[in-house]
Design a protein around this ligand. Structure first.
Ligand SMILES: C[S@@+](CC[C@H](N)C(=O)[O-])C[C@H]1O[C@@H](n2cnc3c(N)ncnc32)[C@H](O)[C@@H]1O
Length: 390
């Protein structure tokens, strides 16, 4: 088995061989796509997979990220916002971020450098920006939430709200563990965990004529410019129609259900993040999609067998798990339902061979491997694999 990083390294121009893989962002996007195509074809061949389709390019190759973050560092009396513990890759990562984010970080850093904000600067863990290309939300992740910190945060919020930076809400997330997982740390008591400084608690994404809302702390795709391609290709491959029921597994706030599942006879979405599922249910009500059901749950083999209702008609399954892949036994349990078609979406390329082997053992064969460049300038690809009963 060859890892995707190794295949990429071999496909990179010689002069890049000693640089980190994030240096892909220094290439012309045309050249980056050539490197990625070559590397992915090599990866598929070496791992016994069929030849992939051409990579679907990203409409925005740089400056596309809708979620970015900075680590707050207070070092030797000096405060600054950095890309992470090692700031080395910042020159490669910065071109991937919208200029508006950089302006917001500069503004916040300017405040936190002031002596009057020192206590807040010391409590600051991460500053996170999320949203869409027009409206952004700032999340301050702090390790302390005492009266002084809250007062300064409120003041900072007022200034941010008044500044013309396209920030429409700001929130505080309390993470006393100062974890590296900037939103995903073990949460303390709920009442303390999250506080809004101003603006709404939800974010929005417009797809076609509908507006989807999702929680400010929930998962969302980071490259908004590629979402139309993601939905169009998923629809073309999976072909949900009036005779099929569609399962949308790892559904988040329902991006695929609402974005490409409306032709299905019915849809059933599962996701473990409670707030995201609540937003999905609200969208179904608001958009009057009576045939869209959503359930909160942790997807494992047992859940698939016991908690997903048996299909009464033909079934198609969309599977969009996190980078580490699905839990053991999930693929076998899904195959037992005998779906017509399965669209397994991978954001971790190295996970593809192992999962496809499991589908093969369950008598599903690969019909198409379609890579999409969801993460330009990084050593990652999103890959859609269409599987059919063999
Ligand atoms: C790659 S995201 C896809 C979300 C959604 N399809 C979208 O495009 O917005 C993976 C999602 O799986 C959820 N998740 C991770 N592990 C899970 C599990 N074992 N059971 C249910 N949901 C899970 C995460 O919270 C996240 O929302």
């Amino acid at each position: 088995m060859i890892l995707f990083a190794k295949a990429l390294r071999e496909a990179m121009p010689k002069e890049f061989s000693s640089l980190p893989l994030l240096s892909l962002s220094l290439l012309d996007y045309k050249d980056e796509l050539v490197v990625k195509q070559k590397a992915f074809a090599h990866f598929c061949k070496e791992n016994g997979l069929q030849e992939p389709e051409e990579i679907v390019a990203s409409p925005l190759p740089r400056g596309y990220r809708t979620t970015t973050k900075r680590r707050a560092i207070f070092d030797d009396g000096e405060f600054y916002l950095s890309f992470g513990e090692d700031d080395e890759s910042s020159e490669y990562a910065e071109p991937l971020e919208p200029a508006e984010h950089l302006a917001i970080y500069k503004f916040i850093e300017g405040y936190l450098k002031k002596p009057a904000f020192k206590t807040l600067a010391e409590a600051m863990n991460w500053v996170i920006i999320r949203g869409n290309y027009k409206r952004r939300s700032v999340i301050f992740n702090v390790s302390e939430m005492n009266a002084f910190v809250v007062r300064k945060l409120k003041l900072m919020g007022e200034h941010l709200n008044a500044a013309n930076l396209g920030v429409f809400s700001a929130h505080v997330y309390f993470d006393p563990t100062r974890s590296d997982y900037y939103l995903e740390a073990v949460r303390p008591a709920d009442a303390l965990a999250f506080k809004t400084l101003f603006g709404p608690r939800d974010l929005t994404l417009d797809i076609g004529s509908c507006r989807l809302k999702y929680p400010v702390t929930g998962f969302s795709q980071i490259n908004e410019s590629q979402i139309p391609n993601l939905l169009k290709n998923a629809a073309e491959l999976l072909q949900p129609n009036s005779e099929t029921e569609m399962l949308d597994l790892y559904c988040g706030y329902g991006l695929f259900t609402f974005g490409m599942g409306s032709n299905a006879k019915s849809t059933f979405g599962v996701e473990w993040e409670g707030p995201s599922i609540e937003f999905a249910k609200n969208s179904a009500r608001f958009l009057k999609k009576q045939n869209a059901r959503f359930v909160a749950g942790r997807i494992d083999a047992n859940f698939v067998e016991k908690n997903i209702p048996k299909a009464r008609d033909l079934e198609v399954i969309l599977l969009d798990p996190p980078r580490k892949g699905v839990e053991p036994g999930v693929i076998a349990a899904l195959a037992k339902r005998k779906p017509e078609r399965v669209l397994h979406i991978f954001c971790g390329t190295d996970e593809i061979p192992r999962s496809l082997n499991q589908w093969r053992l369950a008598h599903y064969r690969v019909e198409k491997i379609l890579p999409l460049d969801l993460f330009p300038g990084t050593p990652h690809l999103e890959t859609m694999v269409l599987l059919v009963n063999s």
